[in-house]
Design a binder for this molecule. Structure first.
Ligand code: BGC
Length: 413
């Protein structure tokens, strides 16, 4: 009796698998902080609810450097993950290696071209085919602040770097750490590009970090960017080295520190901890005009097996789906990549982001983040970040820094 029963079950399963491959996906990502984990869980749940089997491959490390090292090792050993958190020019770099899957069938069936802004769609295409699916738009150039700490010290959100410095001096005198920062190269780069946008302006930023214009890289304005970085080095605490970005956010949450300059994944941390924007914490764009965007996306790698291919199709479909774009971004701190998702349930920081993004797009100051891999290929962005970190962690002068910057960029090309 028993063997007949099991025999019947396996026969049914065999028939089923012949006509329907159960979607499988091994997903490499670096979303491991509190807010990030809540966000990626939204995708895991949607995938499971459609019958998918998710194998998680999280590689901790903000900014994704460790995840990208893990990816390279997997691809080199001929065992690429099914789907990978990948963005900007790195998508094209992997495409050129001939290892990405074409997801155009899903993109066309879902009409991605009609619901994604051209600036975002451009990053998702490789020689005319769709090679990645966007989940969001993160803004990088934000200042976050503890509302009570500012109020208790009579400080408004700064609108110029001079105001920022004056506020920081006042806070420091009151025994509060002015700037919560984690001394990891990508965090130094994040602060640096936010300062650079403010000091150089949108055109200067584009010349420096998109066009790699040598005159701008060596300019007096770039020296002023390094001067401000030197000033800010004085506003971080002694234990900043190696600290993870979400621990720096926690310092702002608990009032140990006043400000953090970080992309709006930091808002995801505040929200995951139950903090309310405008009450517990404040958001403002950094002094200066413009908008530095950072679009998270997933690329599918060439893999064998109908179940994995079915997994890739399902993932691509869900990622650009309206519901996922809403729920994920409510958790993640970003705004949807799709233009037709209502922002009604989103908070004031998200509304500010959407408004500024629209205005920046109209006036030419919508710019790709260099620090988050949207503007440059790895060799060039890495060369810049090495100099930024070397300067921040030494007593290097701004003169030396700009010369080193120009040389490093020239040698990386
Ligand atoms: C990613 C975000 C992520 C952040 C910190 C950024 O590069 O785009 O999604 O939350 O790094 O890990």
């Amino acid at each position: 009796m028993k063997s007949v029963f099991f025999g019947a079950v396996s026969a049914t399963a065999l028939i089923a698998s012949a006509v329907y491959a159960e979607p499988q996906a091994e997903v490499l990502h670096w979303w491991t902080s509190g807010g990030e984990a809540k966000s990626v869980a939204v995708l895991q749940e949607e995938f499971a609810s459609k019958g998918g089997q998710w194998t998680d491959m999280p590689v901790a490390g903000g900014g994704g450097d460790a995840a990208m090292t893990a990816l390279r090792a997997r691809v080199l050993s001929g065992n690429a993950p099914t789907a990978v958190q990948l963005k900007g020019p790195a998508i094209q770099e992997w495409y050129e290696e001939g290892v990405l899957a074409d997801i155009s069938a899903v993109a066309e069936a879902q009409g991605w071209a009609d619901v994604l802004p051209a600036s975002i769609a451009g990053h998702m295409k490789c020689e005319g085919t769709w090679c990645a699916a966007p989940v969001n738009v993160h803004r990088v150039d934000w200042i976050w602040a503890n509302a009570d700490v500012l109020e208790a010290n009579g400080i408004e959100m700064p609108t110029t770097w001079d105001e920022f410095n004056a506020a920081a001096e006042k806070l420091q005198a009151a025994g509060i750490i002015p700037l919560a920062h984690g001394g990891q190269a990508w965090q130094d780069a994040t602060v640096f590009e936010a300062v650079a946008l403010g000091v150089l302006g949108a055109d200067g930023f584009r010349k420096a970090f998109v066009d790699l214009d040598m005159d701008t890289l060596k300019s007096d304005e770039m020296k002023a960017v390094f001067d401000q970085m030197r000033t800010m080095r004085g506003y971080v605490d002694d234990n900043f080295s190696g600290r993870d970005w979400n621990l720096a956010t926690a310092m702002v949450m608990n009032g140990e520190a006043a400000f953090q300059i970080m992309g709006d994944w930091a808002k995801g941390e505040f929200m995951a901890a139950g903090k309310v924007p405008g009450e517990d914490f404040l958001c403002a764009s950094v002094p200066g005009d413009g908008f530095l965007y950072n679009v998270d996306s997933f690329a599918m790698f060439d893999v064998d097996g109908d179940d994995k291919k079915a997994g890739q199709e399902l993932l691509a479909e869900l990622i650009v789906g309206q519901n996922f774009q809403k729920v994920f971004n409510l958790n993640k701190g970003s705004i949807p990549a799709r233009v037709d998702v209502s922002l009604e349930e989103f908070d004031s920081c998200a509304h500010l982001s959407a408004k500024d993004m629209g205005e920046s797009s109209d006036n030419g100051s919508l710019l790709p983040s260099y620090a988050h891999g949207m503007a440059l290929r790895g060799a060039q962005s890495g060369a810049i970040t090495d100099v930024v970190t070397a300067h921040f962690n030494s007593d290097m002068s701004s003169d030396e820094a700009v010369n080193m910057l120009a040389d490093a960029v020239a040698n990386s090309m």
